[in-house]
Design a protein around this ligand. Sequence first.
Ligand code: PLP
Length: 439
Amino acid sequence: MGAKTSFSMVHEVHVVNIEQASNSELQAELAALQTKYSQLRSLGLKLDLTRGKPGSEQLNLSDALDGILQGDYTASDGSDVRNYGGIDGLPEAKKLFGAMLGTSPEQTLIGGNSSLTLMYHTLEFALTEGIAGSQSAWGNSDSVKFMCPSPGYDRHFAICEHLGIEMIAVPMLDTGPDMDVVEGLVREDDTIKGMWCVPRFSNPTGCVYSFDTVERIAALGKLAGENFLVMWDNAYTVHALSETTSTLAPISELCAKHGTADSVFQFGSTSKITFAGSGVAFLSSSERNLSALKAHLAFQTIGPDKVNQLRHVRFLQNLETVFSHMAKHANILQPRFNSVLKTLDAELSGMGMGSWTRPEGGYFISFDAGPGLAKKIVQLADDIGVKLTPAGATYPYGDDPQDSNIRLAPSFPSLEDVQACVDVFVVCVKLASVQQKLS
Ligand code: PLP
């Protein structure tokens, strides 16, 4: 249910910077914020800024998928896609989605509708059976650890927790994971078996890994112990918000240079290109890894949904048409991101109450409040009808040691609701910050 904030959000400014404000200025600000907060409560809002999923306007962009085959079910290799088989996907799907990941069809496998499923299967396979034979199974050791650049994607962390893989948080910089920390850890501890990465428009900071970071990650397979795996989740590879965005170094080429192709699995999907619930997921890795994984998958399925793969290839066609399709998504998403960023800038810039990212793509804005405030802010917002991603969700085990990170996801609500959410959010940030300062 949407709601309008029926009064101006601008209020008399008592505090310029929380660190420089006098006690009486803070008291005056607190009183003004409490009045504002009560007014917001009286609006009976019921809003949600938690979900990193496309809105219906975005889903509508791909409605032509429905019926696109017009009775022609024959793939480029002559096979009938309605039938069983083709465990690694259609040739034309491997070509298109391999290109999206910057790899070749031979290094690409097409799965079902979810890249998360492919990631889960890959990790479970590496853990229990071993990608290079049973002697390589991580589970042969008592301890298996994974590096988790944080803030990061909660579902990655949930997979590790579910599989009993111990997580080590690694700081995220503007250039990607702190590689000095990463390299130090893998040098010291050979029970570290891998690392999560969302290299382009990272969830939630939006950063694009620098060339140097990608090269150092590509080289990890040499530095780390045996059977080390980089889980390169390129979920937002074509999800730029404008035409001029930073490019990502091609990890496949850098792996070829360092002789580490076996140590990287790349993942992607069309979940946020076409339909989030019925898109196509894909992965790329070395031919050795792919044939091992294919043999493993053959115990679970006779083949993926190739009708959907063919629909997608006919609809998306090639990389150029994918980019023009993504520009339509950007036209819908950009105003939502602008609404959040303009309000944060206007209401919180220079106040000493937090910092936030300005992503060039992806689905999220990452907000860092003052230490010890994220849970409080999320609670304050929830109490007056605005749901935010639970504080801590962006860290392994749901534990943000600073209790400061909050993920904002502006894609799903209407533009009007995004504005209402962020109006509430800034009041909650200010209220929590001033209360903490006064206490
Ligand atoms: N990877 C990242 C980084 C995501 O943010 C998401 C969804 O939000 C996914 C994967 C889920 O992908 P899929 O829908 O292909 O399972």
